[in-house]
Design a protein around this ligand. Structure first.
Ligand code: ASP
Length: 439
């Protein structure tokens, strides 16, 4: 297949995103001001809503998300088996696990501390009137013991069918170790897995080239229906969460990356653009995983033996952006309901939100469900979630981008510390093109 498109993939995705947002807002405006536009209304509604929004855009967007999700299980399983098997030293696996989990938990704790501090400074909930109809149906959040036990699959095929990533990770690790220990037969199977890996990665590349259309459809549909007016009422909460997300992504990650690896934060953030746009438009770190993995290995230079482990693990247990929303939301809800939280309450929030992020699946909106667990811990009314639900979608998109950036930052740190990092790839601006070539 030849590449006759001069524009870079990033530019094309960006274009898809911007035109999608613009068209969605335009449709929303026209649909909301039908009386003024003097068009036969029934026909217009039918054309815009029926044909475009609920038709073309919906179908295009859903197919795009489905194809991303379709790749997650095969990609994680195959690349993790390859990665584990290629680790020369089995002890390395334990070290990798220890370092990644410690870093993921630490960055999440930092994220929520920043969020709580900023929220206390801004006081987003002071003076906000509680709407009488606020109601939220809290679902049961899993306990930590459940999360740990559930990591071990009784049936790996079932784990794959259900997309239970922690179970798939555990099975792939064990399978990869067994392969490495199996001598000749293990080597033969490893060759097959290496080839499979190449094929699945090609599929990722093909899909990425269709991303501009998928992203356009997702944005156009979302922005036709999203109620931007709600943001005004909750502006203080909304912008405090956004500010905390940006502080964490731009300042905290940059500082950690620089101090722990010496790598350039500017290069890192520039190379994160595509993955962030995928995360933003899908609101799912899980669906973004194929792109995150490609970014970590082909753009940032982390070796597959590390990235194939840290990226899926991060997409499953590392949710810094989500923890930030939960920190600000807790302070907001406490202030709205005039509940005074003590220092130990805040410490409890930091601990619970950090652990909750382990149990938060990387799919849209789960962060809000896990927020119920955090609020319960400190005795705040779960109904408070209903107040912020209306503006959560846009925040979900942004925090998912932060979650994915965190996964890649930790991947770079761990890979660098294990000498499984190619600095030439990291510093090569053309490595960005690696994801675009289909031929
Ligand atoms: N959408 C987020 C993610 O996939 C999770 C959440 O905060 O709801 O990372």
């Amino acid at each position: 297949m030849t590449q006759n498109n001069k524009m870079s993939l990033t530019t094309r995705i960006m274009l898809g995103m911007v035109t999608g947002v613009f068209l969605g807002l335009l449709f929303q405006f026209i649909l909301g001001n039908k009386e003024d536009v003097l068009i036969p209304l029934g026909l217009f509604d039918l054309a815009v809503k029926g044909f475009f929004v609920d038709g073309l855009f919906h179908i295009g967007g859903q197919i795009f998300i489905a194809s991303l999700k379709m790749l997650v299980v095969p990609l994680v399983f195959i690349s993790l088996v390859c990665g584990t098997c290629s680790l020369s030293d089995p002890k390395k696996l334990g070290r990798l696990g220890g370092k990644s989990i410690a870093l993921y938990l630490t960055t999440t704790a930092i994220a929520i501390t920043v969020a709580i501090s900023l929220a206390l400074l801004v006081s987003p909930g002071v003076g906000y009137d509680v709407p009488t109809e606020a109601a939220f149906d809290a679902k049961q959040a899993p306990t930590l013991t459940q999360v740990i036990i559930n990591m071990f699959p009784t049936n790996p095929i079932n784990a794959m069918a259900e997309g239970n990533m922690l179970q798939v990770i555990v099975f792939a690790l064990l399978f990869g170790i067994a392969m490495a220990l199996s001598g000749e037969p293990g080597k033969r199977v490893a060759k097959v897995f290496d080839d499979l890996n190449t094929v699945v990665l090609k599929l990722v590349t093909i899909l990425m080239n269709l991303a501009p259309i998928g992203v356009f459809c997702l944005m156009a549909k979302l922005f036709t229906t999203i109620e931007m007016g709600l943001i005004l009422g909750l502006a203080k909460y909304f912008f405090t969460v956004l500010a905390a997300l940006f502080i964490h992504a731009l300042i905290n990650y940059s500082a950690l990356l620089k101090v722990l690896t010496g790598l350039s934060p500017v290069t890192f953030l520039t190379k994160m653009k595509d993955a962030c746009m995928f995360a933003f438009s899908t609101s799912s770190s899980s669906a973004t995983m194929p792109v995150t993995l490609e970014t970590a290995t082909k753009k940032l230079g982390a070796h597959n033996s590390v990235a194939s482990f840290t990226v899926p693990l991060g997409a499953t247990i590392n949710m810094d952006g989500t923890a930030i929303m939960q920190g600000v939301a807790t302070v907001f809800i406490a202030q709205v309901f005039a509940v005074d939280l003590t220092i130990s309450d805040y410490l409890m929030v930091i601990l619970t939100a950090t652990l909750a992020s382990v149990g938060t699946a990387g799919v849209p909106g789960v962060g809000l469900i896990m927020l119920a667990m955090v609020l319960n811990q400190v005795g705040l009314p779960v109904e408070g979630i209903a107040i912020i639900m209306g503006v959560d979608r846009l925040l979900d998109m942004t925090r998912t981008a932060v979650n994915v950036t965190g996964d890649c930052m930790v991947t770079c740190v761990v890979a660098k510390s294990e000498n499984e990092f190619d600095t030439h790839v990291f510093n090569d601006p053309n490595a960005a093109k690696a994801l675009e070539k289909i031929d």
